[in-house]
Ligand binder design. Structure first.
Ligand code: EPU
Length: 310
C-alpha cells in the first residue's frame, strides 16, 4: 500500500470508480490531521472507512482496477505531508472486534486500539502484551511495524495474521512465515485486518502490576500529554537515541511549533500548529547535530509518508 503525494494527482473519474458502491463511509477532501497522534497533515482526496472485511475487499479490487493507490492510515507513528495525500486513504476505525478463540488465544481486528486490547487481556488474566502499556496505536499498526519497547515486542505473542491481498482475497498467515526485525515485519503485501495472539494465563494481579509499573515509567519519562508520534529515531545498537540527542544539547530546540521534548529528547512534540515541514527541518537539524558531535547517523523510526521508505 503506497502513499501518493498531491503533486502526482489522480483523475476524479478513477477515484469514483475505486469507491463506487461501498457501504462504509466515503469522505471527500477529508482532513487527516485529527486522525493522527501528531495532529499534523493535510487532506486526503478520499477517506474511506470500510464497513467490514467484505467492503474492504471490494475497495481493494476496485482500486486495483482503477489504478488508484490505497494508503492505510495507522495514525501514530507517522508524519503526513501538509499538502495531504492523493488517492484513497483507508481508516479501519470500524474494525474493532475482539474474540476469545481459546483459553489463551485472542483475535483482535486491526483497527482496535492497543489500550483496548490490553484491557481485554487483563480482564482475562492473560499475560504477553504488558510491554504495550501506554502505546496509543492500533493492533494493525503495531503488527506491521513490530511495535515494541524494552520489555517486549509484537512478534513475541503474535500467532497469525489475517490480511487482504492485492487481489482483494482474505488470507491467513502464521507468524512463523513472517520475518521480524527491529520495528519491522515483512508482512505479505496487502492490508492486515486482524491478528491472533498467543498469550499465557497468569494471576491477574501480576499482569495488572506489570502494566501499572510500566505506565508509570512511561508517564514520568515521556511527553504523553502533548501531540507526538512516539520515538522519532531508532535506537542505535546498545545506545539510546534520546540520550545522544540530549547530550548534543538539543532538548527544547524548536522549528516553528515542532519542538524536541524537554522530557524525552527522542520525541518531537507539536506545541501548537506545527507543520510537517517544521518537523522535517527539525529532524534534519537533529541528525546533523548528532552526526557532527558523535559520528552516529540516526535512522528514522517515524514514517514520513510519501518518502520512498514510508
Ligand atoms: N535518556 C536520556 N535523555 C532522554 C531520553 C532518555 O538521557 O532525553 C536516557 C534515559 O535516562 C535512559 C536511557 O536513555 O538511561 C533509555 O531511555 P528510555 O528508558 O526512555 O528508553 P529509550 O531507549 O529512549 C525505548 C523505546 C521507547 C519505549 C522505551 C521504554 C525505541 C526507539 N524507543 O526508548 O519506544 O517506550 O524504550 O520501553 O526503541 C517508540 O517506539 O515510539 C518508543 C517511544
Amino acid at each position: 500500500m503506497v502513499a501518493r503525494l498531491k503533486s502526482d494527482p489522480i483523475p476524479r473519474r478513477r477515484l469514483l470508480t475505486a469507491v463506487a458502491g461501498l457501504w462504509g463511509e466515503v469522505r471527500w477532501h477529508e482532513p487527516l490531521r485529527d486522525l493522527t497522534s501528531f495532529r499534523i497533515g493535510g487532506p486526503a482526496d478520499v477517506l474511506v472507512i470500510p464497513a467490514d472485511v467484505e467492503d474492504l475487499c471490494q475497495l481493494v479490487r476496485q482500486a486495483r482496477m482503477a489504478d488508484v493507490p490505497l494508503f492505510m492510515l495507522g495514525g501514530t507513528n507517522l508524519l503526513i505531508p501538509d499538502e495531504g495525500l492523493a488517492g484513497v486513504v483507508v481508516h479501519l476505525s470500524k474494525f474493532t472486534a475482539i474474540r476469545d478463540e481459546a483459553d489463551d488465544v485472542v483475535y483482535a481486528e486491526a483497527g482496535l486500539k492497543m489500550p483496548a486490547l490490553l484491557r481485554h487481556t487483563v480482564s482475562r488474566s492473560l499475560s504477553g502484551l504488558e510491554w504495550a502499556a501506554g502505546i496509543p496505536g492500533t493492533v494493525g499498526g503495531a503488527v506491521v511495524m513490530n511495535a515494541g519497547t524494552r520489555l517486549g515486542e509484537m512478534k513475541d505473542s503474535l500467532k497469525a495474521i489475517r490480511s487482504i491481498d492485492l487481489k482483494g482475497q482474505v488470507k491467513t498467515h502464521a507468524a512463523s512465515t513472517i520475518s521480524f526485525g527491529y520495528r519491522r515485519a515483512s508482512v505479505p503485501k496487502g492490508i492486515v485486518v486482524g491478528a491472533w495472539f498467543q498469550l499465557k494465563s497468569e494471576p491477574r494481579k501480576k499482569v495488572e502490576t506489570a502494566i501499572k509499573t510500566y505506565l508509570h515509567y512511561r508517564k514520568t519519562t515521556q511527553p504523553l500529554t502533548r501531540p507526538n508520534a512516539g520515538c522519532v529515531f531508532k535506537n542505535p545498537t546498545q545506545m539510546s537515541a534520546g540520550q545522544l540527542i540530549e547530550e548534543s544539547g538539543l532538548k527544547g530546540v524548536r522549528v516553528g511549533d515542532a519542538q524536541v521534548s524537554q522530557k524525552h529528547a527522542n520525541f518531537i512534540v507539536n506545541v501548537g500548529q506545527a507543520r510537517a515541514t517544521d518537523v522535517m527541518m527539525l529532524i534534519k537539524k537533529i541528525q546533523q547535530t548528532v552526526a557532527k558531535r558523535t559520528g552516529i547517523a540516526l535512522e528514522l523510526e517515524l514514517k514520513i509518508v510519501g518518502n520512498r521508505e514510508a
